[in-house]
Design a binder for this molecule. Structure first.
Ligand code: 5RP
Length: 293
C-alpha cells in the first residue's frame, strides 16, 4: 500500500517530449467524450475503420421470419464473424451468451408490428436497461417523410439526450416507408436530418445512383441495411459499391442469415468491408467456403 515514506523520487518527466493529443479518426467523432469514443471504437474496426454489424432485430416487428425461427441455432454460429450485433433485448437476454463479449447495438424503439402500422413507436427501452445489458449503442427507428416522422424524431432526440448523458452513441435507422422513393435525394435528406439531430451513426438503405452524395452530406458514419434477400453476388455487389462510395460498414440481416450458407456469406461480406475485396472475389470466397462446409 502506498504511504508517505521511503518512496523513490519522481524523475522521468520527459521534458523534451510534449504530450501528444490523440485524434479519433472516425468521421465526425473527434469532439465526443472519451466514453462515447471508446464505445464507437469497439463498433468500428481499429484497422479498417469499418464495421460488419449483424442485424437480427427483425422479430420485434415481424415475429419469427425465415432464418430467425431459432436464433440459438441460426445466429449463434455467425457471432464470431460479426463486429457488432444489432438485436432486441428479449433475444439478447434469452439467447445470446453473455460471454460473447462484442459490442451490441440494442434496438431501443418499439411500438407496432407489420400487422398494423409500422413506426408508431416510442422509446421502449430506457437507458438504465441498455446500461444493465452493457449495450454499446442504442438504436431507434426514424420514419423520415412518413406519417410518424415527428413522433420518431422526438424518440430519436430523447435517445440522443440520454445517450449523451451516459456516453452511449445512438444509431438512427431511417425506416423508409413503402410510399417513398429510395433515391439519393431522399436518402441524403433522411440521413442528414438524423445526423443533425445528433445521432452518432446513421443506418440507411443503399441506392444505385449517387449514393456518394448521401454519405458525403452526412457528417457521421453511415452503415447500410441490406434489405430484402438478393442473390448472394448481388448482395456482395451492393456492399462493395456502398463502401466504395463512403459507407463505413453494413448492418446486414436477411442477406446474411437467409443466404444459402450464412457462415460463408458473412465471411464474404467481411472481405468486402474490411479488405476491399471485389464482389467477384468475395463471391468466389463464398462458393469455396460453401463447398468446404
Ligand atoms: C429491422 C431493421 C433491421 O435491423 C434492418 O432492416 C437490417 O436488416 P436487413 O439487412 O435485413 O434489412 O432495422 O427493423
Amino acid at each position: 500500500m502506498a504511504d508517505a515514506t521511503g518512496n523513490i523520487a519522481a524523475k522521468d518527466y520527459g521534458f523534451d517530449t510534449p504530450q501528444k493529443n490523440t485524434v479519433y479518426e472516425l468521421k465526425g467523432a473527434n469532439n465526443y467524450d472519451w466514453g462515447m469514443k471508446d464505445r464507437l471504437s469497439r463498433v468500428f474496426d481499429q484497422k479498417s475503420g469499418k464495421t460488419v454489424m449483424l442485424a437480427f432485430d427483425h422479430g420485434y416487428i415481424m415475429g419469427p421470419t425465415s432464418g430467425l425461427e431459432r436464433i440459438d441455432l441460426t445466429i449463434t454460429p455467425l457471432l464470431e464473424y460479426a463486429d457488432c450485433l444489432m438485436c432486441a433485448r428479449g433475444i439478447l437476454r434469452t439467447v445470446i451468451p453473455p460471454t460473447f463479449n462484442k459490442p451490441i447495438s440494442l434496438r431501443c424503439s418499439a411500438g407496432s408490428t407489420i400487422l398494423t402500422e409500422l413506426n408508431d413507436e416510442c422509446v421502449g427501452v430506457e437507458v438504465e436497461d441498455a446500461i444493465r445489458l452493457n449495450a454499446t449503442m442504442m438504436a431507434t427507428m426514424c420514419a423520415i417523410g412518413g406519417k410518424y416522422e415527428a413522433l420518431t424524431i422526438r424518440n430519436l432526440c430523447k435517445m440522443i439526450e440520454t445517450g449523451l448523458r451516459y456516453g452511449i452513441p445512438t444509431l438512427g435507422v431511417n425506416a423508409v416507408g413503402k410510399e417513398l422513393v429510395r433515391d439519393a435525394r431522399y436518402l441524403a435528406m433522411g440521413a442528414r436530418v438524423i445526423a443533425e439531430n445528433g445521432a452518432q451513426v446513421v443506418k440507411t438503405y443503399y441506392c444505385e445512383e449517387d449514393f456518394e452524395k448521401v454519405t458525403a452530406a452526412c457528417p457521421v458514419p453511415i452503415v447500410i441495411a441490406g434489405g430484402k434477400k438478393l442473390p448472394e453476388l448481388d448482395a456482395l455487389n451492393m456492399a462493395y459499391k456502398a463502401i466504395d462510395q463512403g459507407a463505413m460498414g453494413v448492418d446486414m440481416g436477411r442477406n446474411i442469415f437467409q443466404a444459402e450458407d450464412p457462415i460463408a456469406m458473412i465471411q464474404a461480406v467481411r472481405s468486402v468491408v474490411h479488405e476491399n475485396a471485389t464482389p467477384d472475389s468475395a463471391f468466389q470466397m463464398y462458393n469455396d467456403l460453401k463447398a468446404a462446409n
